[in-house]
Design a binder for this molecule. Structure first.
Ligand code: 5GP
Ligand code: MG
Length: 178
């Protein structure tokens, strides 16, 4: 797997320092109040699990999932596969956690759905942000790293279902892209 990577963009140590920094901000923001982390599957599973273990205050965990059709370079049709139950959301403060904010359609749509399900508040936190790719007006409240317009894998992010288990973020060699 490692030899499919052309270069490492964010090494493991830097990732964990970024996660620590976000965890401290989140802890201070929610201290003294109830909140629920909603992890967007599958991409944010690694980020969310590293993040919540560094937040030493009570929280609940729930999951959402969405996928978009069409070429990965366009904002294809989005479909929502999983949302937390009404009981997990109603009246709650929600922190929506995703792997990467690209065109913005996934997080915008999930945020709107959670608010429509009665969430009291929805804030968003992303591991990576690609601001140059935004197709609609949407910004995350928190982000660990900004990246250029490159397709990246690792630390939860996949190509054709693979590479999520790399401990760093890297760029694939052309030969690994079929
Ligand atoms: P958005 O709805 O913001 O356009 O897209 C978000 C989703 O697109 C992410 O959750 C992720 O699944 C996928 N995505 C966007 N950019 C990348 C990338 O550079 N690498 C990978 N592996 N997935 C990406
Ligand atoms: Mg995703």
């Amino acid at each position: 797997m490692n030899h499919d990577i052309e270069r490492v963009l964010i090494p493991e140590g830097e990732i964990l320092a970024g996660v620590e920094r976000l965890a401290r901000e989140i802890t201070e923001f929610y201290r003294g109040s109830e909140f629920t982390v909603v992890s967007v599957l599958k991409g944010s599973c690694i980020f969310a699990s590293d993040l919540i273990r560094r937040i030493p205050i009570p929280l609940e965990l729930a999951f959402a999932a969405a996928h978009s059709y069409g070429a990965r370079t366009e904002a294809g049709e989005l479909s929502i596969d999983l949302l937390p139950t009404g009981n997990e959301v109603r009246g709650r403060r929600i922190l929506l956690v995703d792997d990467i904010l690209d065109t913005g359609q996934t997080l915008k749509r999930l945020k709107d759905e959670l608010l429509a399900s009665g969430a009291g508040e929805v804030r968003t936190c992303v591991f990576l942000d690609k601001p140059s790719r935004r197709a609609l007006e949407f910004e995350a409240d928190l982000r660990a790293f900004e990246v250029d317009n490159l397709f990246v894998v690792g630390y939860g992010l996949d190509y054709a279902g693979r590479y999520r288990n790399l401990p760093y973020v890297g760029v694939l060699r052309d030969a690994a892209i079929s």
